[in-house]
Design a protein around this ligand. Structure first.
Ligand SMILES: NC(=O)c1ccc[n+]([C@@H]2O[C@H](COP(=O)([O-])OP(=O)(O)OC[C@H]3O[C@@H](n4cnc5c(N)ncnc54)[C@H](O)[C@@H]3O)[C@@H](O)[C@H]2O)c1
Length: 216
């Protein structure tokens, strides 16, 4: 049975995983807690504490073995080697996502792309032939897709989410600005660049306020 991790720890481990995978792709064998800290914005002391907590240790002066770290974190997070994804919306954004070379490197395969526009069905985006949205349920079951991406206009998002839920998709990445309603057991992640900007601007404003404040 897998140990239940605190959401904060899960979130940080995911960040360490992303950075370490990136460094491996850049040819690195080892990674230090300072680097993990620098690239994630997490204090290196916290990095060491987190990796200790999952039973992973490094070597002084060398750091952590990058491959072993990736495997350890993937194991702790219960990640499979690959995930098949169903993407709905073969427009500008959907085509860009389907053509991404980064996703497959990280084990995320856009296995099926769906649309409802007859002009798009049968066309290829990335390496995938666009299917009609009516085929979603059958295709999702066949390819064991547990992740769905919504890249349709906002007006279609809830309807598409309902189809995904019916098809047993458990994680939905929603690129539209609609707040989706899904039953318990289904997780929705909204990709919202404005939220990221607001988050970043908050820290920028804070730093400026601190600089402007007279020293005590
Ligand atoms: N979060 C972000 O970073 C980000 C960035 C860009 C776009 N977006 C959003 O992503 C969405 C897609 O943007 P785009 O520029 O690719 O739009 P687009 O119009 O180019 O593509 C939308 C596609 O969805 C299809 N579609 C419409 N209704 C459908 C349905 N019911 N079932 C299946 N397919 C359907 C259309 O035929 C079209 O191919 C929009 O909601 C946009 O606001 C988000």
């Amino acid at each position: 049975m897998r140990t239940t991790l605190q959401p904060g720890l899960t979130n940080r481990l995911t960040k360490y995983l992303r950075v370490t995978q990136q460094l491996i792709e850049e040819g690195r064998d080892a990674v230090s807690s300072k680097e993990l800290g620098d690239f994630t914005g997490i204090n290196p002391v916290q990095v060491r504490r987190d990796l200790n907590a999952i039973g992973f240790s490094g070597t002084r002066g060398v750091g952590y073995q990058a491959y072993d770290l990736v495997e350890a974190v993937r194991g702790i997070l219960g990640l499979r080697q690959t995930y098949n994804i169903a993407l709905v919306g073969a427009g500008n954004l959907g085509s860009a996502i389907a053509s991404s070379t980064i996703l497959p490197k990280r084990g995320f395969v856009i296995h099926d792309v769906f649309d409802n526009d007859p002009q798009k069905i049968g066309r290829t985006v990335g390496n995938v032939v666009v299917k009609h949205i009516d085929e979603l349920k059958k295709s999702v079951a066949e390819a064991d897709e547990v992740i769905g991406i919504i890249a349709t206009p906002a007006s279609a998002a809830q309807q598409v989410a309902d189809l995904m839920v019916e098809a047993n998709i458990r994680v939905i990445l929603n690129y539209t600005d609609v707040l989706l309603h899904v039953p318990p057991g289904v997780t929705v992640h909204r990709i919202d660049p404005t939220a990221q900007l607001m988050h970043t601007l908050y820290y920028l404003t804070q730093a400026e306020t601190e600089e402007a404040a007279p020293a005590t």
